[in-house]
Design a protein around this ligand. Structure first.
Ligand code: ME8
Length: 656
């Protein structure tokens, strides 16, 4: 991995407690968790802060609507966030609530100090106010008379208020952003902020609300008729939580933040209000503020009013935490919007997790069990060619080396994609080296051991790299590889020979069981081959073999629907020496079939093979296991070979 920073402090926005969390909140928090975890596993002192924004009009309104006090609203809703973070395996070091004393004290001290230094002043204000965004706008700011941010109607307001002299920092801020290219990321968001700053005069920021209009906030220390504007209060959480004005040592340890994650919706507050506030307070700027895009439902923005919000708890219940975390990280290119659909989720899950990662894991563990007495084999090279192993290890190390810079550049989706490429290469390698073939000849024990040791080592590296994204499953995988429950050390990852020869491996069961979607497809009428309908009525249902001369008609041949299929998984059936249970891909559907070939083929040998099956055979049960089809094989005496097709041909091709 690349050079290490001396510490890493990552923050999420603090979320409003007016409603329960949804997938967007989950995303930012998972992202922060993944980043924190990578840094921790590199041995870097790490601090991860999240929390809730509990003051302001939105919370007050939600409380009114629910017939409870604002504090009750906060106390009830904060639990939903905290419970969700627990279920999502979020390892935050701190959780700040803006109604906590430790925060309120710092906000008041900061306000007093800025007031004393004349950074805050009182004035009469006339303007337009958007309740939804909790922001004031001038007449010029409005878009067709509505809020320029959300498009909703605004209220005219005339009142005395307190103002922060934000406007005086306009030139400084432009210069700061231009001279610190990493400050606002991605760079197009820096340009967006610069465009805003360069095209119009920055106004002073109204930082108070008269209690007569809104009482739910932190009282101004210098005027008890007012509370603090929720954004001025909320932004300070990033420093109040790490000891600003209360614990200097702690504060110096963590601040400035390494990475402040936000959604693109709160860019202005974080790239204009926040830096100018810090500047006025004489506090250092965060190293970077990163704005990610929106999760959309299909192509539409996810919003409660549209009723298209994805509930993270439902996803976790259906598919598990790790798969949900994986999908969010793998699917969204940081900075861009991404679409969430269950179809896309299932597709990616089956392809990446069930097929690629799940298969490699099964193959490696099953073969170690079969050929190496269930123990991590010896890693000794012998007098045999290790070209394939050397190449595989080199490629895996290259992937590990690329992770650091990729994560530094916030290319998390690509980094996960890269690890999946490495996973697929282990599969390809196994196919090429074919240890099951080596096992057919005597004297190949050392070669098989080295092959499986290398594959297991590569799997160990991939599991470690995916650990921050899927902590539970990758821990299970590491345990299965005989590593106990120790977390990976990412800076020691690429030494070959970490797995201890002789240590017992275990079978974790299916890490990512395939999500079956074919049930719906099975019902499609198109699945019934037309040829079957052409089955000659005149034969009166007589089977070909019962015809008097033993000959069958062309129609009868055509009634048999032969198709190519790819074997996805294979396993023995307990208590049936000759039978294997196969999961096959028929192109447009997945099926299970049982075949009597266990004495001729090992399960590992079969995975990835393209075979030919009778697709329209009536389903049957063999030893209680459902079989939907029959594979074709040729045999003479004891010799049995599968019927396959020459060259590369995918699943679902008609065999005629
Ligand atoms: O704005 N896609 O809180 P909030 C992606 N309290 N991310 C999303 C999202 C979506 N569809 N919806 C929400 C506030 N988010 C303030 C912040 S910070 C000092 C104060 C995420 O509850 C994203 O991170 O409205 C966004 O910025 C945040 O939730 C807004 O949460």
């Amino acid at each position: 991995m690349s050079e290490k920073p001396s510490k890493y402090y990552v923050t999420t926005p603090i979320y409003y407690v007016n409603d329960k969390p949804h997938i967007g909140h989950s995303y930012t928090t998972i992202l922060a968790d993944v980043l924190a975890s990578y840094h921790r596993l590199l041995g870097i002192p790490t601090h991860f802060l999240t929390g809730t924004d509990e003051h302001g009009q939105k919370v007050q309104q939600a409380a009114d609507a629910n017939g409870i006090t604002p504090q009750e609203q906060c106390d009830q809703t904060v639990v939903r966030f905290q419970e969700l973070w627990k279920r999502l395996e979020i390892q935050n070091d701190d959780f700040i609530r803006t109604t906590e004393e430790r925060h309120k004290t710092v906000v008041q001290q900061t306000l007093q100090e800025l007031f004393d230094r004349d950074e805050i002043y009182k004035a009469e204000y006339e303007g337009w106010y958007c309740v939804g965004c909790e922001r004031f706008f001038t007449e010029k700011d409005l878009t067709e008379g509505n809020c320029p941010e959300c498009g909703r109607p605004v209220d005219k307001i005339i009142e005395s208020n307190y103002f922060f002299r934000m406007s005086k920092y306009q030139d400084w801020l432009i210069d700061y952003i231009e001279t610190h290219p990493d400050f606002i990321q991605p760079s197009f968001r820096a340009n967006e902020t610069l465009g805003f700053l360069k095209n119009k005069e920055l106004q002073d920021l109204c930082i108070s609300r008269p209690k007569s209009r809104l009482a739910w906030g932190i009282e101004l220390p210098f005027d008890s008729d007012f509370v603090t504007y929720v954004w001025f209060d909320a932004l300070i959480n990033y420093i109040s939580a790490v000891g600003y004005k209360s614990d200097e040592e702690q504060f110096n340890k963590w601040w400035p933040a390494s990475c402040q994650l936000i959604g693109k919706d709160i860019l202005t507050t974080h790239t204009v209000y926040w830096p100018t506030m810090l500047k006025a307070m004489n506090v250092a700027m965060p190293e970077s503020i990163f704005a990610h895009g929106w999760w959309l439902t299909g192509r539409t923005k996810m919003s409660k009013s549209l009723g298209n919000v994805v509930n993270p708890m439902d996803m976790i219940d259906s598919y598990g935490v790790d798969a949900f975390r994986y999908f969010l990280i793998a699917e969204m290119t940081l900075g861009q919007d991404a679409s969430f659909t269950e179809e896309a989720f299932v597709k990616r899950y089956n392809a990446d997790l069930a097929n690629d990662l799940g298969n490699v894991t099964n193959r490696v563990l099953n073969m170690i069990s079969r050929y190496c007495d269930n123990k991590v084999p010896a890693s000794a090279k012998g007098d045999f060619d290790t070209g394939l192993e050397d190449a595989l290890w080199k490629e895996t190390v290259e992937v590990a080396d690329e992770m650091g810079p990729m994560i530094g550049n916030m290319k998390l989706d690509a980094s996960v994609g890269l690890v999946m490429t490495a996973v697929r290469k282990i599969n390809v390698y196994l196919q090429e080296r074919a240890p099951w073939s080596l096992a057919k000849e005597e004297g190949n024990e050392a070669r098989i051991a080295y092959c499986l040791y290398t594959a297991a080592e590569c799997l160990r590296v991939c599991a470690a790299l995916l650990f921050p994204v899927m902590p539970e499953k990758m821990l299970a995988l590491r345990t299965a590889l005989g590593m106990g429950d120790a977390k990976p050390q990412l800076d020691k990852l690429t030494q070959f020979g970490v797995l201890t020869a002789g240590s017992e491996i275990s079978q974790p069961g299916a890490l990512f069981p395939r999500i079956e979607v074919e049930k719906k497809e099975e019902k499609k009428p198109a699945e019934k081959p037309k040829k079957q309908k052409q089955q000659p009525k005149k034969s009166g249902g007589t089977t070909p073999s019962s015809s008097a001369d033993g000959l069958i008609t062309f129609d009868q041949v055509m009634a048999v629907n032969l198709k190519t299929a790819v074997v996805l998984e294979a396993e023995k059936i307990e208590g049936a020496d000759k039978l294997l249970k196969l999961q096959i891909d028929l192109g447009d559907e997945k099926r299970q079939l049982v075949a009597g070939i266990a004495l001729h083929y090992t399960p590992e040998e079969l995975v990835g093979k393209t075979i030919v099956v009778v697709a329209n055979l009536k389903p049957a049960k063999l030893r209680g296991v459902k079989s939907e089809g029959m594979l074709l094989a040729a045999s003479i005496g004891d010799d049995l070979r599968l019927v396959t097709v020459e060259g590369e041909l995918g699943p679902g091709a008609a065999v005629k």
